[in-house]
Design a protein around this ligand. Structure first.
Ligand code: SF4
Ligand code: SF4
Length: 179
C-alpha cells in the first residue's frame, strides 16, 4: 500500500475481497445469488454491467495501525492495486446495483420482471395494432375493388339500357357475306 494517501486511510482495500460472477439470467441464477446474500458480510454489486460478489473480511495481516504486516511479501493482487484509483477516493464506486440482503435482490428481480412484462405487453400491442392496420387496409382495398367492379357493371347496364353503342367487334363472317 504505497503512497501518502494510504497513511490517511483505514485500509479500506484490505478489508474485503470481490470476485466476478457470471451475469445471472435465469431464475436459478438469481436464486443462487439470493443464497449468497443469505450469508453475513456478503454483498453483490454490479459495476459497468459486470456482477461481483464481495466478502467483507479483513486480511489476517492487517495491523492495528492499518498497515500491512507482510508488506514485502504481499501478494501480487496487493502490489498491483493502485492508490491513485482506489477505494479511498470518494465517488470511485460506480455501482449500478448493490445488494446487501436477499430482499434487495428480490425487489430488483420484481422490477426487472415488471419491465420485461411491460416490454412484452408493448410488443404484443404493437403487433396487434399492426395486424388491425393491415386488416383495415385489406378491407379498404376490397371495398374499393367492389366499388370499381360495380361501377363498371353499372356503366355497361346503363349503356345497354340507354341504347348507347357498345364496343364493336369485327366479325369475319360479316366480311364474307359482303363479298
Ligand atoms: S484503500 Fe487506497 S488509500 Fe486506502 S490503503 Fe488501500 S490503496 Fe491505500
Ligand atoms: S497482504 Fe497486506 S496489502 Fe494485502 S490485503 Fe493483506 S494487509 Fe492488505
Amino acid at each position: 500500500m504505497p503512497g501518502i494517501v494510504c497513511e490517511h486511510c483505514t485500509a479500506v482495500c484490505c478489508r474485503y475481497i470481490a470476485l466476478p460472477l457470471d451475469t445471472p439470467e435465469t431464475r436459478g441464477d438469481f436464486d443462487d445469488i439470493r443464497w449468497y446474500l443469505l450469508h453475513e458480510n456478503v454483498s453483490v454489486f454490479v459495476e459497468d454491467g459486470d456482477w461481483y460478489i464481495a466478502f467483507q473480511a479483513s486480511c489476517r495481516h492487517l495491523l492495528l495501525d492499518h498497515r500491512c504486516g507482510i508488506y514485502r511479501a504481499r501478494p501480487r493482487i496487493c502490489r498491483q492495486y493502485s492508490a491513485a484509483d482506489c477505494d479511498y477516493h470518494s465517488g470511485d464506486y460506480n455501482w449500478q446495483e448493490h445488494f446487501t440482503r436477499p430482499e434487495h435482490l428480490d425487489a430488483y428481480v420484481r422490477a426487472r420482471r415488471g419491465d420485461h412484462e411491460s416490454t412484452k405487453r408493448r410488443k404484443r400491442e404493437k403487433v396487434r395494432a399492426g395486424r388491425e392496420k393491415s386488416a383495415k387496409r385489406r378491407e379498404r382495398g376490397r371495398t374499393g375493388k367492389d366499388a370499381t367492379a360495380s361501377r363498371s357493371a353499372g356503366a355497361i347496364r346503363a349503356r345497354r339500357a340507354g341504347g348507347a353503342d357498345l364496343p364493336q367487334m369485327s366479325c369475319p363472317y360479316a366480311r364474307k357475306r359482303s363479298r
